[in-house]
Design a protein around this ligand. Structure first.
Ligand SMILES: Nc1ncnc2c1ncn2[C@@H]1O[C@H](COP(=O)(O)OP(=O)(O)OP(=O)(O)O)[C@@H](O)[C@H]1O
Length: 591
């Protein structure tokens, strides 16, 4: 479940971030070693240049010849060339490291989200998860890339520059660093505020992403309801809120960065004045003074960088905390420590007075529900909202159930491995979900090594083969967002073919033929009757007449099974069943 929201990063959060990052950093340690080695050499060479300049200036003042000066210039050119090459390498190693880290965290996030069940995902919108893997991960990458580089560089460069400056004149160095404590104080006091504002920025980005996702996935609906303008206005309002919170963060950021510049300029001013006086009184040579100023110039970047790095780390830590909260979400369903062996076919599934409420819902969707599904076809009917899809979700083990509430061949499902139990089942949900892939790949989703013959056989059973063959590229036709759009009935039949290909001993079909015409549905049900011999099959349908040949029929209402029997029995005694049947018969006669 979602946590309390990221807290201000203290020592505990830093430790938590490090525990998470340590193995990932260890994986690419050699990159870091080579990268920082190149960076250190670049810094040392940069620090060497002022020394060459000092000799050049002192040489000029003591009347050395032009050939001697040319040698100094050539030395600086060679140093600059080496610096350029090594800069390429540190970028390659260190920025490459941050990209690899980003890839690994993204992979960990996706793998983790796939382990979560519906209960764990209830508090998060897809937009929230997309924002974590987009904006938040980008902040972490920036902190681990440029942030880390700038931090190490700033420390190394400032210490080395200070050492070189101290070697030239100790007191002048002390004067130059006098304004630095102000920078440290400002960074410390502003970083807490910055953190709180970044948290808000990332939350707003999640909302914006979710709004964009819903808009893009439901464009037709918005058009049909003439909601384009109001949805654009909603998106605009969220966009404005996002900008507003970004600006609030920018106010703090915008204070820190110029303040660092101000501190460094104060140092330059102090050195210019006191260094100038020392040179005038010949306590410092002109060359020393030029070199000192050059070192101070090299120190300016690290001072500015501390403010910038503080921002990057703040953002990175805030985002990493948000990502870690997702990674801390745990599935409510857990495998038993020692799963018992799966029972063997044929299978009898039983719910024993099972009560189930969706997270955060007060009224249970299943109320003391008892049902027994034996081998053969069981038909399930019931008014809308009766709990039929919830029953499917429980049977396919998408939600946890208490001990003793659900057994398979007498064995409590809490003692069975979740994946083991699901490997016995093929499930066709109400909405025919298709992926952006070929028809063949969509059908072979659960069995990627299926032959074309196997795929065609199940497509024939789902009465969709002829329509697939008539498509431009047959089974190789691409479907989904970037491919062919199919009708609701075609989608449902491809989804059914996908489940049939698995050929599993338990088949659950949740009103998955609702968009198929009655004649085609009848043909499909005949095929199913042939294929389901010896299997335990539950078919939910709103069309009662289609289920008349099922071995047993169940009627569900208010979260429980309220009647069961043959078509004939139910017609005799169940008023709901009789009314619906009469209504549907009249409708089909009228047609
Ligand atoms: N994910 C969910 N979160 C909260 N409540 C839900 C959720 N899914 C269903 N419900 C509620 O549970 C009850 C049973 O819903 P369910 O979808 O199981 O009914 P159904 O019989 O399949 O309906 P239909 O025939 O319309 O598909 C309804 O009151 C519904 O509002």
């Amino acid at each position: 479940m979602m946590g309390q929201g990221p807290q201000k990063p203290g020592e505990h959060q830093l430790k938590r971030a490090w525990v998470f990052l340590k193995p990932l950093v260890g994986r690419y340690a050699w990159r870091l070693v080579f990268g920082f080695l190149c960076l250190a050499v670049v810094d040392l060479l940069q620090l060497w240049i002022p020394r060459v300049m000092k000799h050049a200036v002192d040489g000029v003042s003591t009347g050395e010849d032009s050939g001697w000066l040319a040698v100094r210039v050539a030395q600086i050119v060679v140093l600059a060339l080496i610096i350029a090459v090594l800069r390429y390498f540190w970028r390659y190693f260190l920025l490459g490291f941050s990209r690899l880290l980003e890839k690994d965290i993204r992979r960990t996030m996706l793998a983790h989200v796939l382990t979560l069940d519906r209960t764990a995902l209830h508090g998060r919108s897809p937009g929230d998860i997309l924002a974590l893997s987009g904006n938040d991960l980008a902040s972490v990458q920036l902190a681990a890339g440029m942030g880390l580089v700038a931090f190490v560089d700033a420390i190394f460069m400032s210490l080395a520059a200070l050492a070189f400056m101290a070697a030239l004149h100790g007191t002048l160095t002390a004067v130059a660093v006098a304004p630095l404590p102000f920078l440290a104080l400002a960074t410390r006091s502003l970083s807490g505020r910055l953190h709180a504002r970044f948290v808000k920025v990332q939350e707003k980005f999640s909302e914006l992403t979710e709004c964009a996702r819903t808009t893009l996935t439901s464009i037709r609906l918005f058009k049909a309801y003439n909601q384009e303008e109001s949805q654009t206005a909603r998106f605009d309002a969220l966009g404005r809120a996002y900008v507003h919170h970004n600006l609030r963060a920018a106010i703090v950021e915008g204070t820190l960065f110029p303040f660092a510049g101000l501190v460094s300029n104060a140092s330059v001013l102090l050195v210019l004045y006191f260094g100038g006086l020392l040179t005038m009184h010949q306590a410092l040579t002109a060359g020393d003074f030029v070199a000192f100023m050059a070192y101070l110039h090299l120190l300016t970047w690290p001072m500015m960088a501390f403010g910038w790095v503080a921002n990057l780390f703040q953002r990175g830590l805030t985002s990493l905390q948000r990502i870690q909260e997702l990674l801390a979400d745990r599935a409510a369903l857990e495998d038993p420590p020692r799963p018992v062996r799966l029972p063997t076919a044929p299978f009898t599934l039983q719910l024993h007075g099972c009560t189930f409420a969706y997270p955060a819902m007060e009224t249970p969707a299943l109320q003391d529900c008892s049902v027994t599904l034996t081998p053969g076809i069981t038909g399930l009917v019931g008014p809308t909202g009766a709990g039929k899809s919830t029953l499917c979700a429980i049977l396919t083990r998408l939600y946890p159930v208490p001990r003793g509430a659900y057994t398979v061949n007498g064995c409590d499902v809490n003692d069975l491995g979740i994946a083991d139990l699901r490997s016995l089942m093929a499930y066709v949900p109400q909405e025919g979900v298709l992926f952006s892939d070929t028809v063949a790949a969509n059908i072979a989703f659960g069995k990627p090594d299926a032959t074309l013959e196997e795929i065609q056989a199940v497509a024939r059973a789902a009465v969709i083969h002829d329509e697939i063959v008539a498509m431009a590229s047959g089974y190789e036709t691409r479907l989904g967002e970037k491919g062919v759009r199919l009708s609701g009935g075609q989608r449902q039949r491809i989804a059914l073919a996908r489940a049939l290909l698995l050929d599993r001993p338990i088949l659950i079909i949740d009103d998955a033929l609702s968009a198929v015409d009655t004649e085609t549905e009848q043909r499909i049900l005949k095929e199913l009757a042939k294929r389901c011999q010896g299997k335990t099959c539950l078919i939910i349908s709103h069309r009662i007449a289609q289920l008349a040949d099922a071995h047993r029929l169940l009627v569900m209402d208010n979260g429980r099974i309220v009647d069961s029997g043959s078509h004939h029995d139910l017609l005799q005694r169940n008023p709901f069943y009789r009314t619906i049947h009469q209504h549907q018969t009249r409708m089909s006669c009228a047609r």
